[in-house]
Every structure is written in C-alpha cells, then in structure tokens.
Design a protein around this ligand. Structure first.
Ligand code: NDP
Length: 258
C-alpha cells in the first residue's frame, strides 16, 4: 500500500487517536492514510473489510446506520484506541431515483440514518469524553449537492443539509469545552461510490446533470480523494485551532460562497 502523505513532512497528529467511518475506500481511505502519515493512531470501519483498507489502520466491521452499530463502534474505539481525539464522519451516500416522488419511504429513512443520524448517534457516544478532556475535533462530511438539490437525490441532500445544521449547533454547544466541530463539503470527487452513483443516475435518463467536470469546475477537474483529505487533516490539526462551526467547501470553485 502506498502512503500518500500530507505533504507537510511533520508528525503533527502524533499521540492523537482518530476514528474515521467508511475508511475502506474513496475519500475515507485517503483521510485514513493522511491521518496515519501525520502520526495519528487510526481506527476505521465499514460494513466489510477489503484489501483497500489502508495499511497501518485498525479496522472493525460495523454498520453505522443503526444505534447498535454506533454503540459497537464506540466500544471498539474505547478498546482499540482508549478514546477518540479526532472523529471523522465520512460514511455516506445514497442511490438516485427518477424523481422525488419515486423515493421509497424506507430509502428516506436509510438516507437519514446513514447521512445524518449515524453522526448524531456516534457523537452522542463520543463527544462527552471529548468534553470531559476539554479537547477534541469532530468533522462531518457533507456534499456540495446540498447547494443545488435535485429530485433524484432529495433524500440524500435533505439528510446532508440536516447534518450541516446539526454540525453548527453541536459546534456551538461544545466550543466552551475546547471541542471543535466542522463540516467539510466535497464537490464531485472521483471515488468508487461516487462513480457508481453517477452511473446509476445516468441510466435513469433524467436530468443527469453534467458528465464532465471540465466545463463547470473553474479549476478544470473533478476532485481527488486526497483533495478532501487535505482539508480534513488541516481541520484536525492545531493549525485550525480557531476554526469551529465552519463549513469548508472543497469543490474546485464550482459553488462560490461566502
Ligand atoms: P464510497 O462509496 O466510495 O465509500 C464509502 C465508504 O463508506 C466505504 O468504506 C463504505 O464501505 C463505507 N460505508 C458505506 N455505508 C456504510 C455503513 N452503513 N456503515 C459503515 N460504513 C459504511 O464513498 P465516497 O468516498 O465517494 O464518499 C465519502 C463521503 O463523501 C460520503 O459521505 C459522501 O456522501 C461524501 N461525498 C462524496 C462525493 C463524491 O463525489 N464522491 C461528493 C460529495 C460528498 P462498505 O460499503 O463496505 O460499508
């Protein structure tokens, strides 16, 4: 397994214990690699292990969509790491439907469980320890799709929008205890999950949106998992010690804000 590195050549997260959900591929795997490279001890999780789980990370199988999964994961984090200093909620996604009315009830619930409530539940289990230690960093991974919600993905974007709002509120609650909470919002990133979803969307033959990033992304390309991981690493580090309740949009300039 190649280590990509954070480019800083430092061990700025030495001694930190990090938990990353969905670290077996895509953005999560890049985050795990960069945290390891910065000296952190990392535990990651997915529903099943693959050979793409970065070498050097501890891995435990868990499904974050359920309360039982969150509890099992929190217990594993306690056992393996002895506590969590950096928590990255990365697992997420949803399949597209023809339009909003075609999204089944259970898919709305599933999207909420995976993209929103998974974070709420795990934070409720792990944030109290951070509050007690008066330090810790939590990051929620949202999606730039929130900025232009479309019918086929409303279950997903609505859940991510809720996540962003919740993240801000949690940040304000935990700030007096020295715990920072931020959102990272990726634009279109080339990952196994992202590509599979876009193929499904194209097959639905409804307003598929753009197929190439070149025309719409000012920086002229789709994102790479490491583009997002760099932002996560920065927020995890002391270089971001005055940053909380923020939403860092990493999208090549596609959705100008601020
Ligand atoms: P991938 O589908 O490539 O990877 C998702 C990871 O999460 C895998 O490790 C997967 O493993 C794990 N995972 C999925 N469901 C669960 C579950 N229920 N419990 C535990 N682990 C789970 O996703 P990306 O890297 O593309 O996306 C990562 C995050 O970035 C997501 O939150 C996504 O919404 C967001 N994002 C992605 C964009 C993109 O273009 N790629 C754009 C904007 C936001 P397994 O399947 O084995 O469980």
């Amino acid at each position: 397994m190649t280590t990509i590195g954070n480019g800083s050549g430092t061990q700025e997260l030495a001694g930190k214990r990090a938990l990353v959900t969905g670290g077996s591929r895509g953005i999560g795997a890049a985050v795990v690699r960069q945290l390891l490279d910065a000296g952190a001890e990392v535990l990651t999780t997915a529903r099943s292990a693959t050979n793409t789980v970065p070498e050097g990370a501890a891995f435990v199988e868990a499904d974050v969509r359920t309360r039982a999964g969150a509890e099992a994961l929190a217990a594993a984090a306690q056992e393996v790491l002895g506590g969590v200093d950096v928590l990255v909620h990365n697992a997420g996604g949803a399949q597209p439907y023809k339009d909003a009315s075609a999204i089944p009830d259970e898919e709305w619930q599933e999207a909420l469980d995976l993209n929103y409530l998974a974070s709420v539940r795990l934070d409720a289990l792990l944030a109290p320890g951070m509050r007690e230690r008066r330090s810790g960093v939590i990051m929620h991974i949202s999606s730039a799709a929130v900025l232009t919600p479309v019918g086929p993905f409303l279950h997903y974007t609505a859940a991510k929008a809720a996540l962003e709002n919740y993240s801000k509120g949690l940040a304000l609650e935990l700030a007096p205890f020295g715990v920072r909470v931020n959102t990272v919002t990726p634009g279109r990133v080339a990952t196994p999950g992202g590509e599979a979803t876009r193929e499904q969307w194209a097959r639905l033959d409804v307003a598929p949106g753009r197929t190439s990033a070149d025309a719409t992304v000012p920086l002229g390309r789709d994102g790479r998992p490491d583009d997002i991981a760099h932002a996560v690493l920065f927020l995890a580090s002391d270089r971001a010690s005055w940053l909380t309740a923020s939403n860092l949009v990493v999208d090549g300039g596609e959705f100008p804000r601020g």
